[in-house]
Each structure stands twice: as structure tokens, then as C-alpha cells.
Design a protein around this ligand. Structure first.
Ligand SMILES: *Cc1c(COP(=O)(O)O)cnc(C)c1O
Length: 384
């Protein structure tokens, strides 16, 4: 099926799936087989073997995710960090340098700080709103730029236009973690990015029951990542492939609900006297609102706000909520809530948190797909 012929919601249901499916099945079955009969293949990488991510469950997902990201190729991995580490290590070589956004998902930050230099790569960090500073960091050995389409927990959208222009002018590879936007809200490849990364654990799967990741990009870039993963061995198992494929089919209907819930809740919170400040790019008060409005179809399900009161008051408020669970992560159908300085950003030193503007009374909400009015009412009763 050619991706160009159909809209996003149709691709979610049908892209990558063989027709007819075996035995007349309507859903893609789980192929619980570690190896496949030899068909005169020429080389090792074209053998059919589970670790090579080329089982029918893998190829179906790779084609589907490529179609959703409007990319020539894709690969699924065992986690988002599997996708990020595999892509960066296979495409940034020893001695080469990466310029990374300074505010990053904690695991990525840790990987780039602790392991990337040990593995012979160089990295420097930069705010992605100041492009002059970014350009100054480019060295002869700079290979690429790494950013997130929407950052956590302040929901900043980098200057995507400016970054693409610099990268094209300087011949740099661009990496973008598109987890928070999802391809429903933003497709980076047609926009000019080279490599898209996902924690499929979040919106792509959508049900908080699978760990998975994805890499999308050109045949050449994804091919390099596949060959690297073939030897590292951290593949997605067929059961998780099946669940991810099932979850993906409803990405469109879920993202509409996530977008609507976060927008509705952000607007309600912005007017409440117990709330100092709301961070959601869907609000005109957010510094990146205009950019998001131009480039994105929606702003995603995550928002943050500063609670007016002490951290202990904020924790009491969290305890009074009936619907959200106190848990890290995002992208599932159920609403989750955290105070980032006690969870996702606890490893950052205080000075670094202050520099990035992550305050103690900051609360992050990852909206699920519950009824918007029920969520609103629950927050209003808990705020009191
Ligand atoms: C969760 C997350 C990751 C890591 O994904 P895992 O599936 O937990 O390995 C990477 N980037 C972002 C933006 C995330 O939210």
C-alpha cells in the first residue's frame, strides 16, 4: 500500500499489514518463531532471524511507522533509549561531535553525559532558542544536532526552522526525539529533519503496557542503525510488536483526545488563583505558541504548572486528586501526574534546575483520554 494515497488515520490501521493476512485473519498474528527457512539468501543480514528485526511482525511495524513519519524507512527497538543510543552510536562516529539541546529527557541526558564521551564521541550542550550560540559551537568534527520536538517539563519548542537552515548550510545531520508531539501532531522528516526517534512506550503504543522505541529516516541511516542493532541485540520481541501494532491503530483518536484534554485543563488552570503559571504551548501565553501553531496540528497531552504554595502544599494537592495516578511517564490513556524535581529531574543538580527554570513547585500532568470535564472538575476540587 502506497502511503501517499491515504490519510494518517487510514495508514494507522492498514500501513505495513499484508493483504490478505494469513488464514484470513483480520489482525496481524504474532509470529513466535526465532528463525525462518533458508531461501538462498546471499549474506548474513538478509537471513530471516528474530534478532535481525526482520520477522513479519517487525517488517509490518517498520513499514507502518515509516508511513506515519513520512520516512523512507524505520526500525523498532526494545525501548526509546534503545532507539536513541542505537541511532546516535551508529551515526555519530568515534572522534565526531554532537551538539545537543541542553534540556533533554533524563535518560538521554545521562547517556550523552556519562557514556557518549567514554565511547569516543564528543558532545556539547546548547539552548535551542539562541541560534548564534548554536552556530558558535560547530567545529570541523561536528556531525549533527540533537533536539526534542517538545521538551520536558516546560514544553518548549526549539526554533525548528532555524536549526534546519543551519544544519543544511553546514552539512550536519539532524536528530529529533518526536515522542512528545507524536507523528499525529508533527512529522519532522518532510519538514527537513534526517532522523526521528521515539519512545514508542508513550503515545505510539498508548496503553502504558509495552516498552518500545523507533527510529525513522532514510534507507541509508536506518540501515546503519539496523546493522548496529543486529550485533548489539536489543530487539523488540514479537509479543511487544503485536501490542505496539495494535496500540498504533488508535493513535489518531487518542491524540485528538490528549490534545483536547491538555488544552482544556491548561485553560482552566491558567485562571485559578492557586496556580502561578501554566506551561502549555497551546496557550497563547506560552513563548513558543506561535511556532507550534504554525508547525503542529496539536500540542500534545503534557502540560506543567507552578502551584502557588510550598512543595508540601503541592504534594497535599496531588494527594487530593481522584483521577490521575502519581507516576512518571506519559502517553497512556490514563492521566499521570508528577512533581518533576522529585522524579524525572531529580538527578539534575539544583543549580542546573534553576538555570533551566524547573522550580520545586512545578507539577507535570500527562493527560490521558478521560472526559475533559471530569478531569477539570477533579483538578478544581483538589485545588479547593
Ligand atoms: C520516555 C522517553 C524516552 C525514553 O524512552 P523509554 O521507552 O523509556 O526508553 C526518550 N525520550 C523521551 C522524550 C521520553 O519521554
Amino acid at each position: 500500500m502506497s502511503a501517499g494515497d491515504f490519510h494518517f488515520d487510514t495508514l494507522l490501521v492498514h500501513a505495513g499489514e499484508p493483504r490478505p493476512r494469513p488464514e484470513g485473519a483480520i489482525t496481524q498474528p504474532i509470529y513466535q518463531s526465532s528463525t525462518y527457512t533458508y531461501a538462498g539468501h546471499g549474506d548474513y543480514d538478509s537471513l530471516r532471524y528474530l534478532r535481525l528485526s526482520n520477522s513479519p511482525n517487525h517488517t509490518c511495524l517498520a513499514e507502518k511507522i515509516a508511513a506515519l513519519e513520512a520516512a523512507p524507512a524505520a526500525l523498532v527497538t526494545a525501548s526509546g533509549m534503545g532507539a536513541i543510543s542505537t541511532a546516535l552510536l551508529s551515526l555519530v562516529g568515534e572522534g565526531e561531535h554532537l551538539i545537543s539541546q541542553d534540556i533533554l529527557y533524563g535518560g538521554t541526558y545521562h547517556f550523552l553525559h556519562q557514556y557518549f564521551p567514554k565511547l569516543g564521541r564528543k558532545v556539547s550542550f546548547c539552548g535551542m532558542h539562541d541560534l548564534e550560540a548554536l552556530e558558535k559551537q560547530i567545529r570541523p568534527e561536528t556531525k549533527g544536532i540533537y533536539i526534542e520536538s517538545i521538551s520536558n517539563p516546560l514544553l518548549q519548542i526549539p526554533d525548528l526552522d532555524g536549526i534546519i537552515q543551519i544544519a543544511k548550510r553546514k552539512g550536519l545531520l539532524t536528530f529529533i526525539d518526536n515522542t512528545f508531539a507524536s507523528p499525529f501532531n508533527f512529522q519532522p522528516i518532510p519538514y527537513g529533519f534526517d532522523v526521528v526517534l521515539h519512545s514508542a512506550t508513550k503515545y505510539l503504543n498508548g496503553h502504558s503496557d509495552v516498552s518500545a522505541g523507533a527510529i525513522a529516516g532514510s534507507e541509508a541511516h536506518v540501515g546503519q542503525a539496523i546493522r548496529f542493532q543486529n550485533t548489539l541485540g536489543g530487539i523488540l520481541d514479537p509479543n511487544s510488536c503485536f501490542l505496539l501494532n495494535r496500540g498504533l491503530k488508535t493513535l489518531g483518536v487518542r491524540m485528538r483526545a490528549h490534545n483536547q484534554n491538555a488544552q482544556g485543563l491548561a485553560e482552566t488552570l491558567a485562571e485559578h488563583r492557586k496556580v502561578e503559571k501554566v506551561y502549555y504551548p497551546g496557550l497563547p501565553s506560552h513563548p513558543d505558541h506561535a511556532r507550534g501553531k504554525k508547525l503542529f496540528r496539536g500540542f500534545g497531552g503534557v502540560l506543567s504548572f507552578e502551584f502557588r504554595g510550598t512543595p508540601a502544599d503541592a504534594d497535599e494537592f496531588l494527594g487530593r486528586l481522584r483521577l490521575p495516578s502519581l507516576a512518571p511517564s506519559l502517553g497512556g490513556v490514563e492521566t499521570l501526574i508528577t512533581r518533576p524535581v522529585t522524579t524525572s529531574h531529580s538527578i539534575l543538580p539544583l543549580s542546573e534546575r534553576e538555570r533551566l527554570g524547573i522550580r520545586e513547585n512545578l507539577v507535570r500532568v500527562a493527560c490521558g483520554i478521560e472526559d475533559t470535564d471530569d478531569l477539570r472538575a477533579d483538578f478544581l476540587q483538589a485545588l479547593g
